[in-house]
Design a protein around this ligand. Structure first.
Ligand SMILES: *[C@@H]1O[C@H](CO)[C@@H](O)[C@H](O)[C@H]1NC(C)=O
Ligand SMILES: *[C@@H]1O[C@H](CO)[C@@H](O)[C@H](O)[C@H]1NC(C)=O
Ligand SMILES: *[C@@H]1O[C@H](CO)[C@@H](O)[C@H](O)[C@H]1NC(C)=O
Ligand SMILES: *[C@@H]1O[C@H](CO)[C@@H](O)[C@H](O)[C@H]1NC(C)=O
Ligand SMILES: *[C@@H]1O[C@H](CO)[C@@H](O)[C@H](O)[C@H]1NC(C)=O
Length: 922
């Protein structure tokens, strides 16, 4: 029976139960219980690791022969694949396709016994001591120039090579009831293999997926020391962006007793969601790893969950107790349903609240709790309407989304909860309500955050299938791992309220291969549907057309750039490559019942605070540095922040808005490429380290584009934003310096040094001529620069609504430090992001300042990273010295683990008054 069938029959049984039982009525009285059980523990295993990176293969171990192994002698290699493949079996539906376990653990021990780093006795004291999450590449140094091992596409950082991580582990004896020990790895980049006391115990190749290794058979008990050795092997040319390197997410030690809920062992779904009530369906997997038969009672209670504190609140329901009898080494599934009265619904933050519940499942054997397993979930209905768009809990919700890569800027791929939360806070301020996880499974904690903060999520797994985008990418292992990776991913993330759809592929090559590609699409989407019959399956299409065999395999039409059209504006006329007019109507006609959204829009490019002249008259033009108004600078490798230029397949925000609005309401919204800048993929300047696509730069500073999106997504927020800055040197005096305004006002008037430049109405007099009129920005393209001030006033219904003044700044005189949080935890994780502004004597930011700055801290903390958002800056992210970029820099401060007290951050720069800021570490 598939999970789908299991769910269906559970639902039928449950309906009966719901009809006759009130939510709190119980068929079986509940045994009294402790809230926590000593038999399940989950501990972060993040400290006391020793690490060493070998830029080239040090041990002749390979998962399998890859193109980058051309120079290794095949005879001397040990291939790990046969020992790793069995880890996939739990996620392969057909037992006939399960991989044999090669002659027990001993075989693997024998075949790797010559590898010193795997052996317990190896002396690793000379290795670096590291704390996880750890990204070995982020400190650099950057590879600069051409013909380097890692170029701009992958972020110019030393991601390649083999990394070994080792640590000891002491566990108690069997008598305490904790009999099974699992290493739970949230992500390891990549081709992870794990040895316990010299024996190869498991692993997982795909660097973005979570996996579990059972340590139990290999552990010495009773206080004896065990050695865990984890090897990752990260290839060059394996990604279109910066992947990070090493144990870059959390690693946990999970202990359970014989009878327990296995990895990703629950599924909670909701249906018949109304204000008065909803039905919750629950599946609990139960496993008995002991020897004798066990009679197990499964008791699950539902509590309200406080999203801020993570604490349980009021109990609201209890599932009927289920009893199940398990032989030794047997697994069974228990299903139940319950009604919740007047549920507090989960919905996206713009208009609804992200209320959550937690289902606490307790397993009892002989009236003793033997396991407690918590599952957070939300009660919500999501309807995907082909004509009217997306409805959450009956309310139409426009998707105001962005794409986010997994890196956290200067902190790299190393996951950090606060850094992720900060990104979401900045996106929420923008008015963003949805995130597409492009193009890989996120850290589990990121989904906890999207649940709690109320973002809708498209959860995506693959960037390539069988056909390669890079020689060493996922296509090498697709045949073996597409099914297990997909099933494991969906089981891990299926209970998250924020996840509304699964994307099984991004711009895969199979779009181009007609029936052959469609066969793969069909297989992959069928697996996803089997794992989760409740959510739609999609794959993002930048090429497949409505009449091709690829799109019908998906439940949602997810378009990258094709919706608003590719290269179809006059400014793109001279470019080669595909040109398509907006395809929203053609897809809607071909698939009238399927929801359509744009999974990638815009691909606009800019460098924060850089303005290049002359300014194009077009609203959307490909960036080039060979035309005067092309928006790019061939010397500085910066792109103009007038926000009119895009990648050569893209469109400005203005053009996307126009097309989306022309095809309302059936186009459900967009995911902008991209929310934040990210490491790698620095179109159009591959000499750089990081992207130009972001609405927000790599340091988290708002580009001008931020205000264009905010004015559309939060139209009631009173704001007029003026660009460019008004602090030009003598060279611009008397020069045409267009003034553009982003505002949700319906009229704006601009004055330069008190002289009105005219009052303009949105969409009418906004542009210079017919081709340039934009309904989404106000522009005065003939303004002539003189130092002084630009004043802008926005009007609604003829009344003043918002105003702003931009003044010419004086000489740089000092620094201003502003922390996003002045109190942080002394836990070795928590961060304060401190913005450094170069200011004149009156406190105005000096918008072109590029002064070299230096930072230091005193007290219980350290500088984790610095940045400035400049895609061309090759200073290491761990440097305490950094130039300001257009007036700003960022210092990320981390509290020391176990420390408390005052921490002082000091910033200095030549010719500037030093500044300091005090933070409290608690
Ligand atoms: C193999 O070695 C040759 C010669 O040293 C070198 O040019 C080439 O880049 C190497 N190839 C790989 C995949 O390492
Ligand atoms: C491991 O090697 C030893 C010594 O060569 C041999 O006796 C043993 O059978 C091997 N074990 C396995 C499982 O291959
Ligand atoms: C924009 O158009 C105006 C009016 O046609 C023209 O005077 C101006 O030179 C153009 N500017 C650019 C940068 O092309
Ligand atoms: C391009 O960048 C170079 C180097 O920073 C600078 O000297 C030049 O003025 C820039 N050109 C324009 C048109 O801004
Ligand atoms: C508007 O400006 C564009 C770009 O400079 C130019 O190609 C076009 O001819 C102008 N259109 C009109 C009607 O003046």
């Amino acid at each position: 029976m598939s999970l789908h069938q299991a769910l269906q029959s559970a639902i039928h049984l449950a309906l009966l139960a719901v009809l006759f039982l009130s939510p709190l009525a119980l068929a079986v009285p509940s045994p009294s219980h402790q809230h926590d059980t000593p038999s399940r523990t989950r501990t972060r295993l993040n400290t006391n690791w020793r690490f060493h990176r070998f830029p080239t293969n040090p041990d002749n171990l390979v998962y399998d022969i890859r193109p980058d192994h051309a120079n290794l002698s095949a005879d001397s290699l040990t291939i790990l694949k046969p020992y790793i493949l069995p880890a996939a079996n739990a996620f392969i539906a057909d037992p006939a396709n399960h991989h044999p376990v090669p002659a027990g653990a001993g075989a693997a021990a024998n075949s790797t016994s010559s590898v010193p780093f795997a052996q317990p006795a190896f002396d690793d004291t000379a290795w670096e001591q590291v704390t996880l999450p750890h990204d070995w590449a982020i400190a650099g140094p950057f590879y600069v120039g051409d013909n380097v091992p890692v170029g701009g596409g992958m972020g110019r950082l030393p991601i390649q090579g083999v990394g070994w991580y080792r640590r000891t582990l002491v566990v108690p004896g069997r008598s305490d009831g904790q009999q099974h020990y699992f290493l739970d790895v949230d992500g390891a980049m990549s081709y992870a293999a794990v040895w316990v006391n010299g024996i190869l115990a498991g692993g997982w190749p795909y660097g973005y997926n979570s996996f579990r290794v059972d340590l139990t058979p290999f552990l010495r008990r009773d206080g004896e020391e065990n050695v865990i050795a984890l090897r990752v092997d990260n290839p060059v040319q394996s990604s279109r962006w910066y992947p990070g390197a090493g144990l870059y997410r959390n690693v946990w030690l999970t202990t359970v007793g014989d009878v327990h809920v296995p990895f990703s062992g629950t599924a909670v779904t909701t249906r018949e969601v109304r204000r008065e009530g909803a039905v919750v369906d629950l599946v609990v997997n139960v496993e008995n790893r002991g020897e004798g038969r066990k009679k197990v009672e499964v008791v699950t209670e539902v509590y309200e969950l406080d999203g801020k504190t993570g604490r349980e609140g009021k109990k609201v329901a209890k599932f009927e107790t289920a009893a199940v009898s398990l032989k030794g080494a047997e697994k069974k599934t228990v299903t139940a349903s319950v009604a919740i009265r007047n549920p507090r619904l989960w919905g996206p933050w713009t208009s609804q609240k992200p209320n959550l519940y937690v289902a606490v499942s307790r397993l009892y054997v002989d009236n003793q709790v033997v396991d407690t397993y918590s599952t957070e979930f939300g009660v919500r209905s999501v309807v995907f309407d082909g004509n009217k768009g997306l409805f959450v809990n009956g309310e139409r919700v426009r998707i105001q989304g962005v794409n986010q890569h997994h890196d956290l800027g200067a902190l790299g791929a190393a996951f950090n909860y606060r850094a992720a939360e900060r990104q979401l806070e900045i996106l929420r301020d923008l008015g963003c309500n949805a995130i597409r996880m492009s193009h890989n499974p996120p850290a589990p904690e990121l989904l906890e955050l999207t649940d709690r903060m109320g973002f809708l999520v498209i959860n995506e797994i693959f960037d390539s299938w069988e056909l390669e985008k890079n020689p060493n990418d996922f296509h090498l292992i697709f045949a073996d791992w597409s099914e297990p990776d997909l099933r494991s991913f969906i089981r891990r993330d299926r209970n998250h309220a924020s996840v509304i759809a699964w994307s099984v592929g991004n711009e895969v090559g199979e779009q181009h291969t007609d029936e052959a590609g469609a066969v793969v699409a069909h297989r992959i989407s069928a697996i996803a549907r089997e794992e989760d019959p409740t959510r739609p399956i999609t794959a993002s299409m930048n090429f497949a057309k409505p009449d091709m065999p690829f799109p019908p395999n998906f439940d949602i039409i997810s378009l990258n750039y094709q919706g608003e059209g590719i290269r179809d504006s006059p400014a793109y006329a001279g470019l080669e490559g595909i040109k398509t007019s907006p395809l929203y109507p053609a897809f809607h006609e071909a698939f009238p019942s399927k929801l359509i959204f744009s999974s990638e829009t815009a691909a606009a490019l800019s460098s924060r605070g850089v303005y290049l002249f002359p300014v194009t008259n077009y609203t959307s033009a490909p960036v080039t540095d060979t035309l005067p108004s092309g928006g790019g600078n061939a010397t500085s490798h910066q792109v103009s922040a007038y926000e009119l230029h895009t990648a050569n397949f893209g469109s400005s925000p203005d053009k996307v808005f126009t097309t989306q609005d022309a095809h309302r309401p059936y186009v459900a919204g967009e995911f902008v490429w991209s929310g934040f800048d990210y490491l790698g993929e620095p179109t159009p300047y591959y000499s750089s380290r990081s992207s130009y696509f972001g609405i927000i730069d790599l340091a988290g500073f708002r580009k001008d584009r931020w205000y264009l999106y905010q004015s559309r997504w939060r139209p009631t927020l009173k704001s007029v934003h003026v660009l460019p800055h008004w602090s030009w040197g003598a060279e611009r005096a008397g020069q045409v310096t267009p003034v553009h305004v982003f505002s949700a006002a319906d009229e704006v008037e601009v004055w330069v040094n008190g002289v009105s430049q005219g009052r303009r109405r949105v969409g009418k007099e906004g542009g210079t001529n017919g081709t340039t009129t934009s309904s989404y920005r106000f522009r005065w393209d003939e303004v002539v620069y003189q130092p002084g001030e630009v004043r802008a006033v926005g009007y609604k219904g003829g009344r003043e609504w918002a105003r702003t003044v931009v003044k010419t700044a004086g000489e740089a005189a000092g620094l201003r430090l502003t922390a996003d949080r002045e109190r942080i935890e002394g836990d070795g994780d928590d961060l304060s992001f401190v913005t450094v502004e170069v200011v004149d004597k009156d406190g105005n930011v000096v918008p072109r300042a590029d002064t070299g700055l230096a930072f230091s801290v005193e007290g219980p903390g350290e500088i984790a990273a610095t940045d400035n958002g400049d895609a061309t800056d090759m200073t290491s992210f761990v440097s305490r010295e950094r130039k300001a970029f257009n007036g700003l820099a960022l210092v990320v401060v981390r509290g020391k683990s176990g420390a408390k007290g005052k921490l002082t951050l000091k910033a200095t720069g030549p010719g500037l008054n030093a500044a300091q800021l005090t933070l409290r570490v608690q």
